[in-house]
Design a protein around this ligand. Structure first.
Ligand SMILES: [Zn+2]
Length: 590
């Protein structure tokens, strides 16, 4: 159950091979820097192709180094040498992005007709979409020197607000009384108690939780207003009027697609309202409150040994794709998965790829529960995505956030559905169904509320800073609308407690989640219809995830139009099917 990192670089954080590898990267980046600097807009195609090749081979190495350091730190959070290495590799990554920005500026200056000619060249045709996208985006931005000033100022004027938020949250203590004993909990610990079976516990934690966020509300409002203000000012300088321009660009999607998706979500909320009402009855309530949403229903105490989990995952993958199954088998056999349950490990799970070695590693803590099995399948789905992309050019592997969860959700769905069909007791079935539907509720309602809030907040922020009282109002309004007024109490301070509103690398860190979930559902629906016959098309789609817009991706591989509600409706209906089964299973509470 321990992964093998020595196969990549022997010796862990003390690896000499890795030191040599880092030195090679430095040398390569320095060479590229000189070559890019000497490139001018009339430079010949051969020199540009050489630079593009160099940039592709450099990103493969930098990402490989970054993945190695990430794995070292995850397996042992106290590894000081690994922490030092992290700093070095971060420096290389920043240098790489600086070089890309300089290159963008160079290609922006290339004459249009010459550029067209370049892209038709056999050496560039495959990566034409990505190169052209970079050039178009560079044109939409300010000059390189102006953008560089923004970048530099953002460290203390933008990122700093995000860092300050993290500090404030890290220091927060939520006072809670459990079994007569007073305790001070961290935010993460308090949040875990929202899935406590005892309603009194959930309610008390929630009251204390709201109070704690309210006490520091002015500070959070300050941070949120400045983050948004900075963004709006940058947009204004670039003459970008729509706050959604940047997030849509990063996700390679059209505004019409976003509108079609949300409208399908709105139209298909009915079953989820029924689910919330039924869950309320089962808990003896008239209506659920915010802190009841994660209350557990049913139960499963089944323990699944790791070897059995591996067998199940491989067998279920095999029903849809032989390649997926054999890939998973290879991952288990070659010890690509760190699954051991021991102290000193980072929490959570992730999948990271080592593109230079054409290998991946998965990190998680396996303690034998059913959700652990689903996580295993989820991460193997990510790994399979990286695996099929290894055959593509490095520039064609950097997919957007909205398609990042396609393969993982797909893989997880296969295994979760199998578990549901083979539930040992009604209690276990209820547990699994509730877990699955609660997830849909998150994407249909919670994420929708975040999107509504953020859109409205930005509208008001354009006119000036928004007060705590007003932020609470906007949030509660958004939640009521998104949850169709189905709850008794809401969480007005959610704008303060949710980290995603303060993330500085991606704006509107919400709709890509719902997109990804429904997109995978749409794919899964096709896979169910076509069985093994879907494999070829599925793999072809994954290979193209970073080489075109999402609209073109769906058109090419699914013959679907994402700007039309119909695609999203069919995916949403598939989610609603779980609710029908849930209502049947819990009929005695109707
Ligand atoms: Zn994932």
């Amino acid at each position: 159950m321990r992964w093998d990192l020595d196969a990549l670089f022997p010796g862990g954080s003390g690896s000499e091979d890795f030191q040599r590898y880092l030195a090679e990267i430095r040398e390569q980046l320095a060479g590229l820097k000189a070559r890019i600097a000497s490139l001018d807009e009339t430079a010949d195609l051969d020199r540009f192709c050489e630079i593009a090749d160099g940039m592709e081979s450099a990103i493969v190495k930098v990402l490989q180094a970054n993945a190695f350091v990430g794995c070292l730190l995850a397996q042992n959070t106290a590894d000081k040498k690994a922490a030092m290495l992290r700093g070095q590799v971060s420096e290389d990554l920043s240098e790489y992005y600086r070089l890309l920005a300089v290159l963008d500026e160079k290609i922006k200056a290339v004459d249009d007709s010459l550029w067209e000619e370049w892209l038709r060249d056999g050496r560039l045709r495959e990566i034409a979409f990505v190169l052209n996208e970079r050039r178009e985006q560079a044109k939409e931005k300010l000059s390189a020197s102006e953008e560089a000033i923004i970048q530099n100022l953002s460290v203390d004027g933008y990122q700093a607000w995000g860092n300050l938020y993290d500090r404030l949250v890290g220091d927060m203590v939520i006072p809670v009384e459990v079994n007569g004993e007073k305790k001070g909990l961290s935010c993460g610990q308090a949040e875990n108690l929202f899935s406590d079976p005892d309603r009194e516990v959930r309610k008390r934690v929630f009251e204390s939780w709201e109070k704690a966020w309210a006490e520091k509300g002015d500070y959070f409002a300050e941070a949120l207003n400045h983050l948004a203000g900075f963004r709006l000012n940058v947009y204004k300088s670039r003459k970008w009027e729509d706050v959604l321009k940047e997030p849509l660009m990063l996700n390679r999607m059209k505004r019409e697609t976003l509108a079609a998706m949300w409208s399908a979500v709105e139209e298909n909320k009915g079953p989820f309202v029924e689910y919330l009402n039924r869950k309320a009855k089962m808990l003896g309530l008239e209506k659920l409150s915010w802190y009841d949403l994660n209350a557990p229903l049913g139960k499963t105490e089944r323990k699944i040994p790791y070897a059995e989990a591996a067998e199940t995952v491989i067998a279920q993958f095999g029903k849809f794709s032989e390649r997926m199954a054999s890939f998973a088998k290879r991952a288990f056999e070659n010890r690509w998965i760190e699954a051991e349950d021991r102290p000193g490990k980072q929490p959570g799970g992730f999948c990271t790829s080592f593109p230079d070695s054409r290998q991946t590693r998965i990190f998680m803590t396996y303690s034998g529960t059913l959700p652990n099995v689903f996580t295993l399948a989820h991460e193997l789905g990510h790994a399979f995505h990286s695996h099929v992309l290894e055959e593509e050019r490095p520039f064609n592997r950097l997919y957007g956030m909205n398609v990042a969860e396609t393969a993982s959700t797909f893989a997880e769905m296969i295994v979760a559905d199998h578990a549901l069909k083979n539930a040992k007791t009604d209690e276990e079935k209820l547990y699994l169904l509730d877990d699955k539907i609660a997830r849909s509720v998150t994407f249909f309602m919670n994420i929708h509320a975040r999107f509504l809030f953020e859109t409205r907040f930005y509208d008001e922020r354009k006119k000036g800073p928004v007060s705590v009282r007003r932020l609470n109002e906007i949030m509660e309004g958004a939640q009521k609308e998104a949850y169709c007024h189905a709850l008794a109490e809401y969480h007005p301070l959610f704008w303060a407690s949710k980290l995603h509103f303060y993330v500085t690398d991606v704006p509107f860190y919400n709709f890509p989640y719902t997109f990804g979930y429904l997109f995978s559902m749409g794919l899964y629906a096709r896979a169910l219809e076509e069985g093994r016959g879907f494999e070829g098309r599925y793999i072809a789609l994954l290979k193209d995830t970073a080489a075109m817009t999402v609209e073109d991706l769906a058109k090419k591989h699914l013959n679907a139009d994402l700007t039309n509600k119909e695609f999203w409706n069919s995916a949403a209906r598939l989610c609603a099917r779980d609710v029908e089964e849930f209502l049947r299973l819990t009929e005695k509470w109707s």
